[in-house]
Ligand binder design. Sequence first.
Ligand code: NAG
Ligand code: NAG
Ligand code: NAG
Ligand code: NAG
Ligand code: NAG
Ligand code: NAG
Ligand code: NAG
Ligand code: NAG
Ligand code: NAG
Length: 888
Amino acid sequence: MRFLSLLVLAGAARVAAAPGGSQAVLAAQADDLVFGQQKGAASTFSPINPPSIPLAVKSPYLNVWAPSGSLLSASPPNVQGNGGYLAGADPSFWTSGYGADGEHRMAWTGLIQVNNVTYQWMGDAFGKTVAKGSNANQISFEYTATRSIYAFEAGGVLFNATFLTPVNPTDYLRQSIPMSYLHIELDKHTLVGKSVQLYTDIDERWSTGHDYDYQNFPMTVLFDADTNGTSSYFVQRTNPQPYTEFRQRAEWGSVAWAVRQQPGLSSRNNNNVVTQLEFLNRGKLTYDHYPTGGPDNSFAYAIDFDVQGAGHDALFAIGHFRTPLINYIRAGPNGTSYLEDRYGYWMTEFPAYQDAVAFFLNDFDKALDYAVKLDAQIEQDAKDAVGGGDVGDQYAAIVALSVRQAMATIEISVGYNRTSKSYVKNDTLIFLKEISSNGDMSTVDVFFPQFPLLTYLNPDLLRDVMLPIFIYTESGLYPNKWCVHDLGVYPSAFGHNDGMDEAMQVEESGNMILLTAHWAQMVGNKTAKPFLKEHYKILQQWAQFLIEDSLVPAEQLSTDDFAGTLVNQTNLAIKGIEGIAAMGIIADVLNHTKDAAMYRNISSTYIQLFYGYSLSKDGSHTTLNYGSDDSWGTLYNLFGDRLLNLELVAKELYDIQDAWYPRKAERWAVPLDSRHKWAKTDWEMFASATAANGSTRDLFIEKTYDFVSNGRTDSPFVDLMESTTGDTPKPPFDPLVHFLARPVVGGHLMHMAIAKADKANGLSKKHPYAYGPAIKHPKGKKPRKEDEAQAQAIIEASRQGRLGDISTASGYAPGNSAQRRPKPSPPRVPQLNAIDPINNPAAVNAAVQAAAAGPAPQAQQAKQSTGGKRASKYVSRVMRKGRQQAFA
Ligand SMILES: *[C@@H]1O[C@H](CO)[C@@H](O)[C@H](O)[C@H]1NC(C)=O
Ligand SMILES: *[C@@H]1O[C@H](CO)[C@@H](O)[C@H](O)[C@H]1NC(C)=O
Ligand SMILES: *[C@@H]1O[C@H](CO)[C@@H](O)[C@H](O)[C@H]1NC(C)=O
Ligand SMILES: *[C@@H]1O[C@H](CO)[C@@H](O)[C@H](O)[C@H]1NC(C)=O
Ligand SMILES: *[C@@H]1O[C@H](CO)[C@@H](O)[C@H](O)[C@H]1NC(C)=O
Ligand SMILES: *[C@@H]1O[C@H](CO)[C@@H](O)[C@H](O)[C@H]1NC(C)=O
Ligand SMILES: *[C@@H]1O[C@H](CO)[C@@H](O)[C@H](O)[C@H]1NC(C)=O
Ligand SMILES: *[C@@H]1O[C@H](CO)[C@@H](O)[C@H](O)[C@H]1NC(C)=O
Ligand SMILES: *[C@@H]1O[C@H](CO)[C@@H](O)[C@H](O)[C@H]1NC(C)=O
């Protein structure tokens, strides 16, 4: 490939960066410069000033934000944010904020010269690199689903900076290109009669997490002067480490920093003092592209708008490309397995990075046009889904902030055919990084809360996110009868052939069935049929597991694993029962009418028992777990009944929960459950979208809106908050758990997913959702013995492989309770008490050592005893290493 051979040349001879002498001269000249006056005018923010502003948020490794929230009275003070102003602080990788994994700042500088006076409009060069001057006056900030738009004034010139991260849900080629635009527009009228020059640069930290350690982690640069009217810098580690992260950055691959050519363009890479001072002094740059030779590099562009034909705008693009993209476990002959290298979907068209970059820049007009339309559609659909008004505006603000964050967590990959030497388009799989909470790969209970965004945009995105889970669990490599939790640790989908993944038995099995049925409804029976047919067998296996283990769930984790394990979780039971009913839909589409009747009958038998087990004695609420009368929880899994039009659950249960939540609401949210005061914004939106009652629906939206606009967090949309403080959970209230930049904010689109599903399912204002049969037995009463016996008979029949016998609607085969086997308990996971490895490094280290020393089961035990998903990342890494050696 062209790109790689050029890199070798560029890296062959590296010299020290700027000769010291010229730096000194330039610095002296800078002191003579005159800077404008500091202006104090306040920016407006629309629709809100978010906790962190998305700038270039396209993939797990191109994920750069401007932290905004800056509430100094928060405890501890919230200091990462710059109040929503683009100038004055360097942008940040998503790891910003407390709990950050090492250094998180990345240089991205913007300067503008008007009549020889230089102003800063982005980043922090004036604070660090060159003599202090004025920031441009930020007039306004506005965001949409795909754009962050700043308007500035400097020296009388008005200009805008638009950060556009395209979302192309139905166009996998465009969606897969890991790049984002920066478009600068100068106002023609205020430009007249003025001399104007623009400057922007980035540093090498876009390519590695090892900043300030240049000796050990040198960089190689390629400057591509011209590919189809574009120029680009490609910067990557000289010794790349494929499939390795450090501080969540990819330690292989290349940052691409590119510009659309125009008259007046100049470029230079050198030490940042050299390039920035040259711009301050000359308003342009010497064409000079050194290999990098130390830290504090600047890869710079300048545009002199005085030059004839320069026009009044400039277009830049920033990207991060990796080859290979990820790896994925495949079954080999005779029960062996191997890791397959997979590649970015863009490589099917653009095997050289330059061509992808040139295509991206030349595609801008189309991309902007599409983005403007998509943004408007998302905003309108959001408002309509909740009936408009103030609450509609609030909901649209939440949704628009969630789109880029959630989309950036998935990557579209293709396989490579070594015989034909070509990328295989019909082998397309999408993988998800569980950003922040532990970096797991394709976590089922994480793309589960993300799914409303995917199916709202394009249901096939959900299908292709689920596909790697189907292929792996069907390969025979995974030993458990329930569904796997994840496929590995990003970017390595090494699988869990020992079956020792973080066990969430009912959770993941229920999720896969519910999501598959939802996808089928969205695309229609005809399209869905072949896919359902192909995966029917494993879906049946999971449904059988739910039949045997979800009415009375054993002690296990739910997706909210930070809260620990619990027996008889109400919210898990209802997920499992809905999953059984959803399996009826799948069977129906395939015309397996006997199966369909069986699944429906079982779910309707179970749901009546569920009422008896789950409702509190006074009938005021469902408990958190069966029999704990004082406990309660947000029953967000009720959504499945509503979304899939199951007509399984009685309206009465909806009404009970609708009346209960307002009684338990705290200032910023309804807590997740009675154990803690923390709450999750994705589940708040699930509960909101499921509410039968408009005021309960609105309550959740209003509180989430208040939370995300309160300035108390300073990192990408935090989905786990303390409902009493409106901040990240932390002592003394709860353990510190910092969930940020996660895929699950896709769940905020639940109202929109339900609106779209209702259309597909033929529901409307005229034909509203009908709900399930009434609760048969008085609330507060224990289930009738004969009903329990019937459920027991079902479970027994299932265990004996006689489910087929009970598929007629007339009743269930009697069970023989004498033959009952004891139910196998899933592995016990102790209550978690320390979540964050930053606060408990010793425990993490111990776990890592245990993992390194011992076989997998011991490592797993250590992983569990340190508690928390974040800790498990470190352990999984070590385990993975061992496995990879085994595969080799
Ligand atoms: C800017 O500075 C240059 C060099 O000092 C000078 O020639 C030019 O006239 C100045 N331009 C303006 C608009 O002040
Ligand atoms: C800048 O953005 C504002 C707000 O979207 C818009 O009204 C204005 O026309 C834009 N100005 C330029 C120069 O693009
Ligand atoms: C698979 O196992 C069978 C039986 O042991 C053996 O005959 C065959 O050669 C093996 N195939 C491979 C590819 O190892
Ligand atoms: C160059 O870009 C133009 C659009 O600006 C496009 O039509 C053309 O196909 C591109 N050429 C190549 C060789 O990619
Ligand atoms: C790979 O390419 C070869 C040669 O074109 C073809 O025969 C083979 O079927 C391809 N393999 C797959 C898995 O597509
Ligand atoms: C892709 O198409 C080729 C040729 O039609 C076929 O052999 C292969 O099985 C297909 N692969 C997938 C994953 O569908
Ligand atoms: C779980 O709930 C079932 C049904 O109410 C009950 O029989 C069982 O004792 C409960 N298990 C535990 C450990 O509380
Ligand atoms: C899809 O199939 C199901 C089950 O057979 C049926 O109830 C439903 O009406 C079908 N939907 C459409 C749109 O044909
Ligand atoms: C569905 O199955 C029934 C009987 O099992 C059969 O009569 C009917 O033709 C089938 N329908 C379709 C569309 O295959």
